[in-house]
Design a protein around this ligand. Structure first.
Ligand SMILES: [Fe+2]
Ligand SMILES: [Fe+2]
Length: 403
């Protein structure tokens, strides 16, 4: 008798789970997918039922529960439950007394997927064979699973920091993004199975988490890199990705990407822009309040002035160096993003997200190999040679697919 290798065993297990998943209850809120597929799509989240967050609990603690869940199935169940409870206002956007949730350095992950070095990832190709299209969808399934974790991580990691003064709308936005990403993962996973494959059939890499780890200390850095750079890059490549399926006769996948996922990704990029603007305004408005306060006013006891703590908050001091939020964004990209922003850009999709050319053209690569520094420089004043003290790897698949 010959024993299966660990990789073979993992593949057999994933294939077995894929077969089991054929008998699942219908997905909620999947009207578009139902019409796209001409049948009821099915959920990946019924075989496992983790305990739901408690009524009246904290959205931050609920976010940590998703992050620490080990499988995509468990994360999906918790994501839908938590989003439902948030919409019903059965969770609160503060931490509860005596319970500071510990955000994991790295989320729990599905061990169905064999991980490889990003540099050793085989290109999925142009979509002109079934396996190439399966590889393309598989990489998207994996990226969307990371996008779920990233959405909860931004809530759990930064939601309780008083210096950001995050209102309920911030949590509304990223709970919605988390649920969108979860549906994207489930829809693409369903599509992958319809194509005769399954999640775990191909290797994947986790480079996307590297950019999250490099921005784990700073909400503005996280917003700039994940939501205003990677999400925007996803908009850039979506038309060519759709074309790979359409020209090769896979209209089903093309429509799923074009009619559902692309439109929602625009709103994710918009959320990044919205909250980076919020932080920039907050830093400048608190400075103006402080400078206009009477010398006799106490910044701690008088709520009309900037607090003593705001005066020494590093991210605020950094933001105040830039009169425009776009210039702050350029500096954040220069500091935390390795590589360059390469054209062609999807100017229409980016504009729909509120991400006009002034945000990215000054730091766009003049060629395919260099980027222009931008602090205070306009598009006509591009300078080559970005230096990057804390780089985030810009892997091929990460950049090529967005979130
Ligand atoms: Fe997505
Ligand atoms: Fe997204």
């Amino acid at each position: 008798m010959r024993w299966a290798s660990p990789a073979q065993f993992r593949g057999l297990l994933c294939a077995h789970l894929a077969i089991l998943n054929k008998n699942r209850r219908p997905l909620r809120r999947f009207g578009t997918v139902m019409s796209l597929h001409g049948k009821v799509a099915a959920s990946h989240s019924t075989d496992f039922q983790p305990s739901r967050p408690a009524d009246g609990g904290s959205i931050l603690e609920a976010a940590v529960r998703v992050l620490t869940a080990q499988s995509a199935t468990e994360k999906a169940t918790l994501t839908h439950q938590t989003a439902d409870m948030w919409r019903d206002r059965r969770l609160q956007c503060s931490i509860l007394p005596d319970s500071t949730p510990e955000v994991p350095d790295r989320p729990g992950r599905d061990d169905c997927v064999r991980l490889v070095d990003p540099r050793k990832m085989k290109s999925p190709g142009k979509g002109n064979t079934l396996q190439s299209r399966q590889r393309l969808v598989h990489s998207l399934v994996h990226i969307e699973s990371w996008a779920v974790d990233l959405s909860w991580d931004i809530i759990a990691r930064f939601g309780a920091d008083p210096s950001y003064q995050l209102p309920q709308e911030f949590f509304d936005d990223f709970v919605r993004v988390a649920e969108d990403e979860c549906r994207h993962h489930e829809m693409l996973r369903e599509r992958l199975e319809e194509m005769g494959s399954f999640y775990g059939a191909f290797p994947a890499h986790d480079a996307l988490w590297d950019s999250a780890a490099a921005t784990a200390h700073s909400l503005p850095a996280r917003l700039a890199i994940e939501h205003c750079t990677h999400e925007a890059r996803g908009l850039d490549v979506m038309p060519s990705t759709v074309a790979k399926f359409r020209v090769n006769g896979d209209e089903m996948t093309a429509k799923l990407l074009e009619d559902v996922i692309y439109k929602e990704e625009i709103t994710h990029c918009a959320a990044g822009v919205r909250w980076l603007k919020h932080l920039h305004s907050l830093a400048h408005e608190s400075q103006e309040l402080a400078s206009s306060a009477s010398p006799t006013q106490d910044p701690i006891t008088d709520p009309g002035t900037a607090s003593a703590s705001e005066a020494g908050v590093p991210w605020m001091e950094e933001a105040r160096q830039f009169p425009k939020v776009e210039l702050w964004f350029h500096a954040l990209v220069k500091k935390y993003f390795k590589g360059s922003l390469k054209p062609p850009f999807n100017t229409v999709g980016r504009a729909q997200a509120g991400f006009g050319e002034e945000w990215y053209m000054p730091i766009a690569a003049a060629s395919g190999s260099s980027a222009a520094a931008s602090d205070g420089a306009g598009p006509s004043q591009q300078r080559p040679g970005l230096t990057n003290p804390a780089p985030v790897p810009a892997s091929r698949c990460l950049i090529g697919a967005g979130l």
